[in-house]
Structures are given as C-alpha cells and as structure tokens.
Write a protein that binds this ligand. Structure first.
Ligand code: CP
Length: 304
C-alpha cells in the first residue's frame, strides 16, 4: 500500500504516467466511469477547502465510487480530543482510501503510519500540497506542451505558500528550469527549500521584489495569495497582503504565450479584469485538478 505525502514520493516516471492517465481520462471519460465501483473515498478535512475537497469528491463520483467524510474538525470527534492516529485507524475500517488536509505540518505523514489504507496529503500547514502540484504539472504540460526548458516566476507569499514549495521540489527534477522568486523580503522562500533544493542541485534561480522587471522574461507566472491564516500578527498581514496585484496594464510587457497560474483561492492578487485574457490559466487548473486526482486514486488503489 502506497500513500502520497510529499510530491517526491513519486518518481518523475510515475508523475509522467499520472499526467498521461489524466490526459486519457480527459479524452475518454466513459472508459473510467465504473473503475471504482464499490470503492469508498474518505475526505478528512481539518482545515477549510473548496477545490481540493470537492475535486476529490467529484473525481471519486466520476470513477463510479462513493465518498464519506467531514469538512471541518468541529464536526468530527477531534473536537472531543481524538488524535489523528485514532481517527485514521477508525476511518480505515470504512474507506478504501483517505484524502486528508490538516493545519499541522506532518499530520498526514503520521496518519499514513497508522492507517491501513492509502493516505493522500491534501495540504498540511505551510508545508506541502502534492495533489496541487500534480494539478500544476498537468496544467503546465497541457498549456506549454512540456515540463522542461521553462522560465517560471513564483510571486507573492513564498514563505507560507505550500503549493510553491511542492511545485519547486517537483520542477527541480526537470531540465533547464529557471526559477524567479518574486516576494517582499518578509515572505521569501524558506531556506530549507532554497538551500536544500535550489542551491544543492545547483539550479538556476534569482530573488527579486520587482514583478514588473521579472515579468517580460517569464513563460509561466505562478501568483499566490498572502496566507492570512499562517500570520501571527494581523498588522503584518495587512501591510503585506496587497504587495502584488496583477492587472491588464502590467501584462502589457509580458510574453504573448505567458501562462498565468494561481492555485486559488484568489483574494486581491489578480485583478478580475485579467480573467478574460487568453493567458489566464487558473480556471483550467481547477478543472485539471479533478482529472489528475482521478488518475491518482486509480494508481493508489492499484486499478488499471
Ligand atoms: N488550491 C487549493 O488547495 O484550494 P482549496 O484551499 O480551495 O482546496
């Protein structure tokens, strides 16, 4: 039994297989409609979510399976003091696979050591979000036709943005990727990623606070929300939250085939006026998330 806790739990060959499977599901959804008949997915969400939880649920329904679960800790026995370990041992008795989001970093890893079914990390604190990374990789592959030879800019909250951390780790294994890290000084990429991933692998990266200067060189711009829920001090959040706002005016200097991504939810960092720009890919990303999660459920349940 295999779980997915960190994107690096998957080899690049496995990621390529998942992308290929997701593309096949997109082209032939009817072939997959009964694949999970009789199977149950449990969605254990200890932290709020719209896309991740609902795309997992939609994925399982479109595979012919069933879904159980809860969307907030307060409606589970966690509110009575039950541990994550006991919760997943109990849910393993009812479900064939578990998708779990938790505010504590490492909680899905702990769960995977106690569960008797595969655990999928659906986001743990500011740490990792591997299924968002699979979504992002599928989106890049579909929009740009490749996962190598790219100049990607990450903009916004690079300190707490777990989707950024996972995607940098994943892209570090592809060829000729140039990373531009755009953030205010207070929200820079944590050292454990800069040193252990980018510097250790001698990858090509630069840090800047200036989106306008970085934009013209990028193939992909990955915007992120400033993560209010991870701040200890509200005054700091208010000061930093509007550090970057992407507008049609700013995009005048960008490449004509730029791919603008955002894991969503968006707050203020991309003006709604950008949504009709053909370079805006963030709602394609939302749809891709369902298909790659279908492919992942099939893989972890070992269903061909
Ligand atoms: N991208 C993402 O994780 O969105 P949700 O928080 O709505 O699940």
């Amino acid at each position: 039994m295999k779980s997915l806790i960190d994107i690096l739990d998957l080899t690049t060959a496995e990621i390529d297989e998942l992308i290929s499977k997701a593309n096949d599901i997109i082209d032939h959804p009817d072939r997959y409609a009964e694949k999970c008949r009789g199977k149950k997915l449990a969605t254990l969400f200890f932290e709020p979510s719209t896309r991740t939880r609902l795309s997992f649920e939609a994925a399982m329904y479109e595979l012919g399976g069933h879904v159980i679960g809860f969307s907030e800790a307060s409606s589970s026995s966690t509110s009575k003091g039950e541990s994550v370990q006991d919760t997943v041992r109990a849910v393993s008795c009812y479900a064939d696979i578990i998708a779990m989001r938790h505010p504590k970093e490492g909680a899905p890893k702990v769960a995977s050591m106690k569960a008797s079914v595969p655990i999928i990390n659906a986001g743990d604190g500011g740490h990792n979000h591997p299924t968002q990374t699979l979504t992002d990789l599928l989106t890049i592959q579909r929009e740009k036709g490749r996962l190598n030879d790219l100049r990607i800019g990450f903009c916004g909250d690079l300190q707490f943005g777990r989707t950024v951390h996972s995607l940098i780790s994943a892209l570090s294994r592809y060829h000729n990727i140039h990373f531009t890290l755009i953030s205010p000084a207070e929200l820079k990429l944590p050292d454990y990623i800069k040193v252990d991933v980018l510097q250790k692998k001698k990858l090509d990266f630069e840090e800047t606070a200036k989106l306008d200067q970085a934009l013209p060189n990028l193939d992909i711009l990955y915007m992120t929300r400033v993560q209010k829920e991870r701040f200890f001090n509200e005054a700091d959040y208010i000061r930093l939250k509007d550090s970057y706002i992407l507008t049609p005016e700013k995009l005048k200097n960008a490449k004509s085939d730029l791919c603008i991504m955002h894991p969503l939810p968006r707050v203020n960092e991309i003006s709604c006026a950008v949504d009709d720009d053909p370079r805006a890919c963030y709602f394609h990303q939302v749809l891709n998330g369902k298909f790659i999660r279908m492919a992942l459920i099939l893989k972890l349940l070992e269903i061909d």
